[in-house]
Ligand binder design. Structure first.
Ligand SMILES: [Zn+2]
Length: 181
């Protein structure tokens, strides 16, 4: 059997690879790290930098896919949270833009009713003034409670939204980084 010498893929210098167990060598002439690819008829060397580059490219692509999956899941989670906090339009099924819309509107209506009440029923008699205090106070109390709840829900919503946007931006930055090295 004629032995074909294995040479360095970069400079062509012959390599000492008589030992079959040797897989990785460094060229004595140009110091290039090489992988010895042994085949039935002929062996050859492969420059390791290229292999590494391919591996790096592959793992980078995997990272991009993983990050994109994370992004998709983040968007889905946020969609669900948003639907829970803002509610959906009953006819279109679309998520409302504002959280706590019902509480804020309801609270304002209650306060307006409280304000309107004396003008509708008020008479300049002591008994009527006293009779009006209870429903007016009740309407104000209900209205303020609802508005306070609405403001609380809105603050919680904004906090969640800011958190979501922050995570999303950092995921997108990482995807860009992974894509372009
Ligand atoms: Zn070489």
């Amino acid at each position: 059997m004629k032995i074909i010498p294995v040479v360095c893929q970069r400079c062509g210098a012959p390599l000492d690879v008589a030992d079959e167990s040797v897989r990785f060598v460094t060229c004595a002439h140009c110091s290039t790290p090489l992988e010895i690819v042994r085949e039935a008829t002929q062996s050859h060397s492969r420059i390791l930098e290229q292999i590494q580059a391919v591996t790096e490219d592959h793992s980078r692509r995997l990272e991009v896919i993983e990050l994109q999956n994370d992004l998709e899941k983040l968007d889905q989670d946020w969609e669900r949270d948003r639907a829970r906090l803002c509610g959906r339009n009953e006819t279109t099924g679309k998520i409302n833009d504002l959280p706590a819309e019902g509480q804020l509107m309801g609270g304002m209506i209650a306060i307006l009713c409280g304000l309107a009440f004396p003008f509708i029923f008020f008479k300049w008699e002591v008994m009527h003034v006293l009779a009006n205090i209870v429903p007016v106070a009740l309407a104000f109390w209900m209205g303020i409670r609802m508005i306070r709840e609405g403001i609380w829900i809105q603050a919680a919503f904004e906090k969640k939204r800011d958190h979501y946007e922050f995570i999303r931006a950092s995921l997108i930055a990482r995807i860009q980084e992974a894509k372009h090295g």
